[in-house]
Ligand binder design. Structure first.
Ligand SMILES: [Zn+2]
Ligand SMILES: [Zn+2]
Length: 315
């Protein structure tokens, strides 16, 4: 039996999992709210931790509010001017960077403002990421649809920890980056063990507290970063997930709050959707995993259409 790391030792107790926001903006860059307002909004909504990830402006500070753990970070970017299939094309790479609270192990200073600029291809952006990783930070790829990035534009990037599946700001502004599971499966099928995250990327109060992660971790920065890197979390816009595992007969099982369907993805065949009788909800689902699959992941959807995504179980 292989249990997804988010649920090891949890015994179905979702309440013990930390709730966190990994991508938000404040007046430190182009956000409408001050850091104090953004922290207060998340603390009031029951969040345990928050990364304030303003554009190329590194932050460790909790701005005097000790009610919530602040994960140090920023959003790093490069504009990406390429010739793709002969046509001039303008798009961008954005990646959130998260690092340790101990400044001896984190290569960035409070308020450090790295330079922006242009790259011609993913190999040049790799050098930007390598520098971030060298300074002890992990990275995830942001809003690939909004960035006009296709998998062929980022599929050779190395060392990335995760990619965004849901981005509230992009969904509310442009109805994109609503479920990047297809891109994720492309990466997973290539053998990359990227995790998937739901984030807000909120630039105003209305865009905050709509997409989050639930982490199986103690509440300090090192423990949270370690759990994130192990994939010991799931992402959600509403539903709660209590368990996800594959048993010895290769049957995948999920337990969740009431949902209208569960979808099992393996990358090697169409997703299998499990649903209850019309009008009913399910709180568990299972599906036999194809013997050729290298992984299985599950997405559940509630009556309001809100989703939650497990990270994969690798087989
Ligand atoms: Zn961005
Ligand atoms: Zn952002």
């Amino acid at each position: 039996m292989i249990r997804q790391a988010a649920f090891e030792g949890m015994n179905g107790n979702e309440q013990k999992m930390l709730k966190g926001a990994l991508h938000c903006h404040t007046t430190r860059s182009d956000g409408k709210s001050t850091p104090e307002e953004v922290i207060a909004q998340h603390a009031a909504a029951g969040y345990d931790f928050l990364a304030i990830t303003d554009h190329r402006n590194y932050n460790y500070s909790d701005f005097g509010d000790h009610s919530i753990t602040i994960i140090p970070g920023m959003e790093q970017d490069r504009n990406f001017i390429s010739e793709r299939e002969g046509d001039w094309c303008s798009h961008c790479f954005h990646s959130v960077c998260l690092g340790p609270a101990d400044q001896e192990r984190n290569g960035y200073r409070q308020d450090e403002r790295p330079e922006g600029g242009y790259v011609k291809n993913q190999a040049e952006f790799q050098q930007v990421l390598d520098e971030v990783h060298r300074r002890g930070n992990i990275t995830f790829l942001c809003h690939p649809r909004w960035s006009c990035l296709f998998p062929r534009d980022f599929d050779r990037l190395e060392g990335i920890w995760a990619m965004e599946l849901w981005n509230t700001g992009c969904v509310m502004d442009d109805d994109i980056d609503r479920d990047n599971g297809d891109y994720w499966d492309e990466m997973l099928m290539q053998g990359k063990r990227w995790a998937g995250v739901a984030v807000d990327d909120g630039h105003c109060p209305d865009q905050n507290c709509k997409g989050w992660v639930r982490v199986n971790s103690g509440n300090d920065t090192d423990a949270i970063l370690s759990a994130l890197q192990r994939g010991a979390f799931y992402s959600s816009c509403g539903p709660e997930i209590y368990d996800f595992y594959v048993d010895d007969d290769r049957c995948a099982h999920i337990a969740c709050s009431p949902c209208v369907h569960a979808q099992f993805y393996t990358g090697i065949q169409h997703c299998i959707m499990v649903r209850p009788e019309a009008g009913d909800t399910l709180e568990s689902a299972r599906n036999h995993v194809n013997s050729h699959a290298g992984y299985v992941r599950c997405v559940v959807t509630d009556r309001e259409g809100r989703k939650a995504w497990t990270n994969p179980v690798f087989l």
